[in-house]
Structures are given as C-alpha cells and as structure tokens.
Design a protein around this ligand. Structure first.
Ligand code: NAD
Ligand code: DAU
Length: 332
C-alpha cells in the first residue's frame, strides 16, 4: 500500500485509473492535473476524500511538481495533450506538456529516487499497412507521424535516457486506442455517440478504412497496475487487447446499437497524415507478467459506453458545443 501521484488523473484514462486503483487496491492517490479543456473534476466526483485528492497544477512547473513527487511512493504519468487533430492545428502545448512536462517530472523523480511509470501510445511506432499481418512489438522502430505522436515519442526517449544515464526507476507502457466512460467528446467514439444523441449524423474521416486496436480503459488500468507492481525497471510493455476494427465498422456498430440505420453517417475531410492502422502484439506483457484483458467483446463494451453517455449527459454536455466548433473550423 502506498501513495500514488497520478498526473492527468482528471482526464479520460487517468480518471479511469484512479477509480480502478481505489476500487481494487489499498493505495491512496494524489491527482496532479492542470484541468485544461480536457480535464474534468467531475470525473473524480464521489471518490473517498480520505484516499483521493486533486491538486490543480502544471507538470511543467518544477515548484509544483517537486513536493508532490517527494511525498509519493510512485508516480504514474498520464498527463498530456492527447488529441491528434488539435496537434495539427496548434502543436505548441504538445511540446510544452508532453516534452517539457515529462522532463520536469523526470528531474523530480531523479532527485527523490521515486518509482515512475510513463504512459505512452502505440502511435510512436507510426502506422501499419492495412493488409499487413504484422503488429507492433516492443522492438518496432519509432516512426511517429503527427505533432502529438512525435512529442509522445520524444517523451518516451527522455524516460529511456533518464533510466540509463541517471538510474531512474522507470517503466514505460505503449497502449492502443482506449474506449469507455469519461472520454472527452472530441474523440472518435464519444463524438459519434453524442452526435447521434443530438440528432446529428456521425462524421467519418475519409473512407473510414483506417484501423484502430480498441481496448477498454479498465483493461488499460489493470495492465498499468500490473506493470507498476511487477514490471522490470527500464522495460517497455505494449498494452493491447486484440481489438482491431476499422472506423466505418465502429460507426455502423454505434448507429445500430442506438437504433439508427447503419448508413446514417456522413463522410468528411480526412485528417492530414492520417495513420492507416495500429495493431498491438502484447505477448510480452501477457507472458512475462501474466496480464489478460477482461473485456473481450467490443460490442458489449461499446454498448456499456453508449449507456454511460446516455446516462451522463450532465458530464459531457458542457464540452460538446466547443468541441464541435473546433471541428467546424477544421472542416470536419
Ligand atoms: P485526456 O486529454 O483525456 O487527458 C489528459 C489530462 O491531462 C487532462 O486531465 C488534462 O487536464 C491534463 N493535463 C494536460 N496538460 C497538463 C499539464 N501541463 N499539467 C497537468 N495536467 C495536464 O487524455 P487521455 O486520452 O486520458 O490520455 C492520457 C494519457 O494516455 C496520455 O499520455 C496519452 O498519450 C496516453 N494514451 C492515450 C490513449 C487513448 O486512446 N486516449 C491511448 C494510449 C495512450
Ligand atoms: O492509438 C492511441 C491513440 O489513440 C492515443 O495516443 C491518442 O491520445 C488518442 O486520441 C487516440 O488517437 P486517434 O487519433 O486514433 O483517436 P481519435 O479518437 O481522434 O480517432 C480515432 C479514429 O477515428 C482515427 O482514425 C480518426 C477517426 N475519426 C476521428 C474523429 C474524431 C473519424 O473518422 N471521425 C471523427 O469525428
């Protein structure tokens, strides 16, 4: 049992992790979050105040970070600018948070000898061809495509260098696309669910042949906890649940599950540089650490997620208009 500092714990995956940790372990949690447009205090509502507190602050601010790291037994680092489309519009905050923010945390854990787990993405590996049977492994060379993924790749390399040069006690995980509750309505699945709720046709980029490897956020959380507890220092673990699907199929599943015709969507301008396919080989995590995902049925997980957005309009409604306004500016 210990005290975890969870950066970005008011965001989508970070808040799911905080819920997961409080439900499944005896740890206490301090969330450090800047509460950008993507952070939401309401995602932590109802959690026990004696085991979870929220500090509003910037991971790139060493004066804020240092005492929090000094008080923690381990840092789990989720905070990031996370949306590819935003990074194409304005890369600057991605450099500041993803690169300088990670550097600031690394210097703090180096000073205090604190265990560090860095959350990253499969996008650091670039993309795979649609017809290629290959999947990403820990040995795949880095080849990021977007400002977002290149800053995440940069942050991974900083972690590796701090392990090797300074002996920082860190692990890294690179996960595929998450879905589940508390995901911002700018992202693909919640955008389409909330569009359908609003009577707006879902928006498919281009032909929708692009493949993403979907994993439920709870499975990401159980994998991160496993790596935090049992992972070998200096190692990278890929996290994936064998959930490859193309975007057109996902939109059709959402429409069908919400009682609309499967073709009631609209094709919009494609994303510049749009990665074709991500696919994860998570053999190392499964064989070395014994992890297995719990959500093997994407349709069932998607149905739960749709129900969550139907039941929690008060959570997402305040962000919806601004997210759609950003898309209108980008022609999508
Ligand atoms: P998100 O955008 O929903 O949440 C990010 C959180 O970080 C927000 O609460 C935001 O307020 C906070 N934040 C941003 N800048 C900050 C700063 N400078 N200081 C402190 N807090 C700051 O993102 P997400 O989808 O939950 O992603 C979380 C992490 O997981 C990211 O590192 C991302 O790269 C990684 N990841 C995401 C996915 C996915 O499918 N969403 C998949 C693999 C990896
Ligand atoms: O692979 C992990 C990554 O997954 C994470 O590192 C990122 O933080 C996360 O945002 C996600 O990146 P993507 O770019 O894959 O996710 P997004 O939800 O933006 O889009 C998923 C797919 O859906 C992508 O191929 C683009 C497409 N799309 C997206 C939107 C918002 C659409 O077709 N229509 C849309 O309206």
């Amino acid at each position: 049992m210990g005290e975890l500092l969870v950066t970005g714990g008011a965001g989508f995956i970070g808040s799911n992790f905080v819920h997961y940790v409080l439900e499944n372990t005896g740890h206490t949690v301090t969330v450090l979050d800047k509460l950008t447009y993507a952070g939401n205090k309401a995602s932590l509502a109802g959690l026990p105040a004696d085991r979870c507190r929220l500090v509003r602050g910037d991971i790139a601010d060493a004066a804020v970070v240092d005492p929090l790291v000094a008080a923690a037994d381990a840092v789990v680092h989720y905070a990031a600018e996370s949306h590819n489309d935003n990074s194409l519009h304005d890369p600057a905050p991605f450099l500041e948070t993803n690169v300088i923010g990670t550097y600031t945390l690394l210097e703090a854990v180096r000073r205090h000898g604190t265990r560090f787990h860095h959350i990253s993405t499969d996008e650091v590996y670039g993309d795979l061809a649609l017809e290629d049977p290959a999947r990403f492994t820990e040995a795949t060379p880095y080849n990021p495509s977007s400002p977002y993924s290149s800053t995440k790749a940069g942050s991974d390399l900083l972690v590796r260098a701090w392990v090797r040069s300074f002996g920082v006690q860190a692990t890294i995980s690179n996960c595929s696309n998450n879905y589940g509750p508390y995901q911002h309505v700018e992202k693909f699945i919640p955008r389409q669910i909330t569009n359908v709720i609003d009577g707006v046709r879902p928006k498919l980029y281009g032909a929708g042949a692009n493949v993403r490897d979907w994993i439920h956020a709870d499975d990401h959380s159980s994998a991160v906890l496993t790596i935090l507890e049992q992972g070998r220092i200096g190692e990278t673990y890929l996290i994936g649940a064998g959930g490859e699907k193309n975007n057109r199929d996902v939109i059709e599943l959402i429409l069908e599950a919400m009682g609309r015709p499967r073709d009631a969507y609209e094709q919009v301008a494609d994303r510049p540089g749009h990665d074709l396919r991500y696919g994860i080989d998570s053999t190392k995590l499964r064989t070395e650490l014994g992890w297995t995902p719990r959500y093997s049925n994407f349709e069932a997980g998607l149905a739960n997620t749709i129900k969550w957005y139907l039941d929690n309009e008060a959570w997402w409604r305040p962000q919806k208009a601004a997210a759609e306004a950003r898309y209108r500016d980008q022609g999508r």
